[in-house]
Design a protein around this ligand. Sequence first.
Ligand code: B1M
Length: 211
Amino acid sequence: MNEILESIQTAVLKGNLKDAQEQVERALGSGLSPADILHEGLISAMTEVGRLFEEGEYYVPEMLIAARAMKGGLAILKPLLAETDVQPLGKIALGTVKGDLHDIGKNLVSMMLEGAGFEVVDLGVDVAPEIFVDTIESGGIDILGMSALLTTTMPLMKATIDALVQAQLRDQVKVIIGGAPVTQSYADDIGADGYAPDASRAASLAKSLLS
Ligand code: B1M
């Protein structure tokens, strides 16, 4: 493994934003391609962060600061990746459902998805079914992700899936859901394509649905 790529991974794993950005600049200066820096530096670091989280070695704060460092490095690469035409794994529209303002978990899911190589369209919080439907209708979205933290707002996930069916768009997109009160059995009941209990598993789920 290239020494600079290793430094990028270490900076992300430690959640050191400044160092992650410096190492990305150093990697670019040494002639490494933006695609290699993305895949072998930032994405592989976030894969390791996900593994550590799933094994209980990292908690939410460690994952948040690692994701922030990853995003700092990604911000430098993004314009260069656009020039070199590196394609994302897929495009995901993500939002917290209508009536629900909780976004900490949703933002973490967004960062882990970006860290895994997806393009994320973040629709924010309090997203009505019509907004999700309009977003899918405008095209280009592979996966729709919904987050809910309140038992009272979970039914909006079903309402959104029903609205997609009504608009004859359900077959165009995979739907994944999550949030503290959400379960696999609820996902099965409402006809979602997948459920993930945490941000790391949301990224693995999205990958598996598009593979
Ligand atoms: Co609220 N709140 N809150 N709150 N809040 C909870 C959720 C609650 C459990 C607290 C409690 O009573 N013990 C309770 C819900 C009870 C219920 O419905 N069963 C509650 C309540 C009642 C409320 C209000 C109604 C309180 C009031 O005003 N009376 C109100 C509602 C406002 C609204 O949304 N309309 C309210 C408001 C707020 C704040 C604004 C103050 C704040 C939110 C700030 C923000 O998000 N910007 C807040 C907070 C912070 C919490 C707690 C304390 C923490 C939530 C959190 O961020 N967790 C929460 C209690 C708790 O959980 N201990 C609580 C950390 C985050 C990383 O985890 O969001 O679960 P989480 O995300 C995880 C997974 O769930 C998963 O991955 C994430 C990372 O691993 N995941 C997905 C999430 N989305 C996913 C999507 C996926 C896949 C995985 O696929 C697309």
